[in-house]
Design a protein around this ligand. Structure first.
Ligand code: GLU
Length: 470
């Protein structure tokens, strides 16, 4: 029986969650969900000078927004490295007891001088091993690497076999002189004690992997499987950064991209399944395999994200649309209608909006009364004759037994006939009066959605405008 999959996403809270990190988290999550495994969140906060509570909160919030729920991790489980220092100490002691680690008291100035000399000679700096056999009881703790000449081999699920010459590796520091464990050591102890089966992370960590592999071996643990995911690139094929535009996940949320579209887009960055572009979450879970992730960098393409966003909006049921749009309405300082009504207001615009921000903008006339009327149309429609017609319209609509499109249309039609004008003329007048614009979804639907009270209030306001001296 194969071992249950356990994967982790291990952000360092030194900034917001950016799209590269989000994609790494997503690949871990998809892998766990595909295999019915466990997705773990671990906060790598040992760099205390750069880690902040605000960044941790922002990362959790971004993961929640993306819908990448974790099975183990904060706040329920204390998977923060700063809470696990005893564990690192214990493992360090084990390595010392086994003779697999030794203390070193080489002064930093000396090491720096040796590093500079190596740089000048254009060779990789390696620690000399000076303290290897000194049997010191204190100082920095170094891993004793067996110098058997055999290369360190990493079998990567994305890159295949990657070989590192042992000559490039040295007795690296596990614990600093001040007693703080180093990053690579914490990662190994964490991955071992959390029983991680697959380490899926950014390929900027590939160069750390041989060091970590030697530490697994020294501790007598089996190495997990590794998969190093390529970096996300900007259009110039440089590593994606702020100079290419927004990179923080929150910025995409604030721009109104639905989380499902973001997840779909990030999944397709470097991963594919046939030529399918649009995926629901269950489809992604069903199809995803880490082996199908491309080894080369993937270029971030905002236009494609927008296209996918539109496709997802089109397929979103009105109730969900209402729930997703509500924060944007509140942000614009407008009252949020109840979900049933809001869904009806937004649904007709689904075909045309690329983001929730655009969707709310297009439906905005429902949410606030017109601040003014389109001037050219107002000049011809909001006249004394227009005022008279608006009065008649108000009178008809006030007394309609039911206020729905099916009842409104014949009433307006009958009034047009009585006035001897075309239906479209009255419809255009009503449209200008209630929306301030000359284009909108079918006007009788608009009136129904606005409701009787609001419709009448807007018609009366337009009537007052028609009467006001120009
Ligand atoms: N904390 C590392 C980072 O944020 C990830 C390390 C790992 O996944 O092993 O890049």
């Amino acid at each position: 029986m194969s071992e249950a999959v356990r994967v982790r996403f291990a952000p360092s809270p030194t900034g917001h969650l950016h799209v590269g990190g989000a994609r790494t988290a997503l690949f871990n999550w998809l892998y766990a969900r595909h295999h019915g495994g466990t997705f773990i969140l671990r906060i790598e906060d040992t760099d205390r000078s750069r880690s902040t509570e605000e960044h941790i909160a922002a990362i959790l919030e971004a993961l929640e927004w993306l819908g990448l729920e974790w099975d183990e991790g904060p706040p329920a489980t204390g998977y923060r490295q700063t809470e696990r220092l005893a564990l690192y100490r214990e493992h360090a002691e084990r390595l010392v007891a086994a003779g697999a680690a030794y203390h070193c008291d080489c002064p930093p100035e000396q090491l720096d001088a040796e590093r500079r000399a190596a740089e000048a000679a254009k060779v990789t700096f390696r620690y000399s091993g000076r303290c290897r056999e000194r049997g010191l009881a204190a100082g920095a703790l170094r891993l004793r690497i067996r110098d058997d000449g055999a290369p360190v081999v990493v079998r990567d699920l994305i890159h295949g076999v990657v070989t590192f010459e042992r000559a490039q590796l040295d007795d690296w520091i596990l614990v600093r002189t001040d007693g703080t464990p180093t990053y690579n050591f914490c990662v190994v102890v964490d991955d071992v004690t959390m029983r991680i089966t697959h380490v899926i992370r950014g390929n900027d960590h590939l160069s750390n992997t041989p060091k970590q592999v030697l530490c697994y071996e020294a501790l007598g643990y089996r190495t997990p499987e590794f998969a190093h995911v390529s970096m996300i690139l900007g259009a110039d094929r440089g590593r994606l950064s702020k100079r290419h535009g927004a990179t923080a996940v929150q910025a995409f949320r604030d721009d109104g991209f639905p989380p499902d579209a973001m997840v779909n887009y990030l999944a397709r960055l470097g991963w594919s399944s046939g030529d399918q572009e649009i995926f629901t979450r269950p489809e992604l879970i069903e199809r995803f395999d880490i082996k199908d992730v491309a080894a080369s960098g993937a270029v971030f393409d905002r236009a494609k994200l927008e296209w996918l966003s539109q496709e997802h909006l089109k397929a979103t049921p009105p109730a969900r649309l209402a729930a997703m749009a509500a924060p944007f309405i509140a942000r614009a300082g407008l009252p949020v209608p109840d979900p049933g009504r809001l869904g009806g207001m937004l649904a007709p615009f689904r075909e045309r909006a690329k983001t929730l921000v655009e969707l709310v903008d297009q439906a905005r006339f429902y949410l606030e009364r017109p601040a003014g009327y389109e001037p050219r149309a107002a000049a011809t429609l909001l006249t004394p004759e227009g005022a008279r017609r608006l009065d008649l319209l108000v009178a008809r609509l006030e007394t309609l037994p039911a206020f729905d499109a099916g009842a409104i249309e014949p009433a307006v039609r009958a009034l047009a006939a009585e006035l001897g004008v075309k239906l479209v003329e009255l419809a255009q007048l009503a449209r200008l009066a209630v929306t301030g614009r000359t284009a909108s979804p079918p006007i009788f639907d608009v009136l129904e959605t606005l409701g009787r009270e609001e419709t009448l209030a807007r018609l009366r306001a337009a009537r007052a405008a028609a009467e006001a001296p120009a």
